[in-house]
Design a protein around this ligand. Structure first.
Ligand code: SF4
Ligand code: SF4
Ligand code: SF4
Length: 381
């Protein structure tokens, strides 16, 4: 019989990109660790969307005091997102998916067992689920607007411009690098405090005191973007038209990148398009300018550039693997590489201003696609 935490896991699978079950139950341990039974019971009663305490009390059918006590306790346990409503009047609370949400908010509590579980879970459940639909969980954005041909970068993808608009910017610990610290040594761990949040999301991270969050200036944020180029870290933005976050991701340990690679290997499915929509740019190579120096090979997180297996003096490029990060472009001294914006029909333009509204949209899309796939599977039997 399903127990309380089975129900929590089932519900988590209906939020954002989901939280699929695996045979070993590796996904269960962290949830049991961060939820109390009271949290779990209230979580099961909550629905998607942003609600004040009173609105939550009304739709669940409990008193204001009971809703307040539960929401505040769950916020203390980093199981919810909140932001202030118009004119800073009252907090609005919302359910969050496991990724991005419960896992990252509890970065301070990730230990070696969680790191191992997550490694297994990415390979056997979560990894495939993140890229199994049409809406992308995030967008890869160019490392610099100068890497884009004819200056055709979209305003929401221009991280320098996005940073300059913010009233508050923070950096916080990166959950993927925290996991990396428990594994084989790599450079990832040296830049643990690297995830950037803007505006209301920054305020949330700061007030919740998640993962060594600290306020940085606009100039410091712009320097991080430049430093990322030097370090070979690619940029991802939260998938909304006013990005609330910027990831500085390392090819070796970014969980989303791992998921993208799993998705490429696992091939096509009805309703699956995400890898192609995980960014708005593609690298184009001018073969006549290339001198086969191989620097692009060391820069590409997707291994889209590699040595020709028959003639190692030649560097091949597979545009199908390119995610449009621009890291190879900024280091090609021959100007043989450039990012081109995709045709309008292939662009990923989020409909929502806030990332968590896009996450709700992902959940609705996932439910529809899962139902369609289940119906197709039944017809095939
Ligand atoms: S997605 Fe990138 S920045 Fe975000 S937690 Fe993972 S590695 Fe860190
Ligand atoms: S970095 Fe530029 S010149 Fe060097 S192999 Fe790559 S494309 Fe060719
Ligand atoms: S080829 Fe690789 S490094 Fe260059 S833009 Fe594409 S993904 Fe980035």
């Amino acid at each position: 019989m399903a127990d309380l935490y089975d129900l929590v896991l089932e519900k988590l699978d209906t939020l954002g990109k989901g939280y699929p079950r695996t045979e070993t139950g590796a996904e269960r341990h962290f949830i049991e660790k961060v939820f109390t039974d009271e949290d779990a019971e209230f979580f099961l009663k909550m629905k998607m969307g942003n609600y004040t305490i009173q609105e939550t009390a009304d739709y669940i059918g409990v008193s204001y005091e009971e809703a307040k006590e539960n929401l505040e306790r769950m916020a203390k346990h980093n199981l919810l997102f909140w932001q202030y409503g118009p004119y800073d009047t009252e907090k609005r609370y919302r359910l969050v998916p496991f990724i991005h949400g419960i896992w990252e908010y509890n970065v301070d509590r990730i230990d070696i067992k969680d790191a191992k579980n997550m490694g297994y879970y990415y390979m056997n459940g979560m990894g495939e689920s993140l890229f199994d639909y049409r809406l992308p969980i995030s967008r890869v954005v160019p490392i610099s607007k100068d890497a884009v041909k004819d200056g055709k970068i979209l305003p929401m993808d221009d991280m320098e411009a996005v940073i300059k608009k913010q009233y508050l910017i923070v950096i916080t610990d990166c959950a993927c690098r925290k996991v990396a610290r428990f594994g084989k040594p790599c450079n990832c761990g040296e830049t643990l405090n690297r995830c950037m949040f803007f505006g209301d999301s920054a305020r949330f991270y700061l007030d919740q005191n998640i993962g060594n969050t600290k306020v940085i200036t606009t100039e410091e944020a712009l320097n991080i973007v430049k430093e990322n180029d030097e370090l070979g870290l690619y940029l991802m933005a939260g998938h909304s038209n006013e990005p609330s976050a910027m990831c500085s991701c390392a090819g070796c340990h970014c969980g989303i990148l791992m998921a993208a690679k799993i998705s490429v290997r696992s091939g096509s499915k009805p309703g699956k398009q995400t890898f192609d929509r995980w960014g708005n740019y593609k690298c184009v190579k001018d073969m006549d300018k290339c001198i086969q120096c191989g620097i692009c090979i060391t820069r590409c997180p997707m291994r889209a550039h590699k040595k020709n297996t028959e003639d190692e003096s030649k560097v091949e490029f597979n545009p199908a693997l390119c995610i449009g990060c621009g890291l190879c472009v900024t280091r090609c001294a021959q100007d043989a590489l450039i990012l081109e914006r995709k045709p309008d029909s292939e662009l990923s333009i989020p409909e929502d201003r806030l990332s968590y509204d896009t996450f709700d949209r992902m959940a609705i899309e996932k439910a529809e696609v899962d139902a369609m796939r289940a119906a197709m599977a039944q017809n095939d039997e």
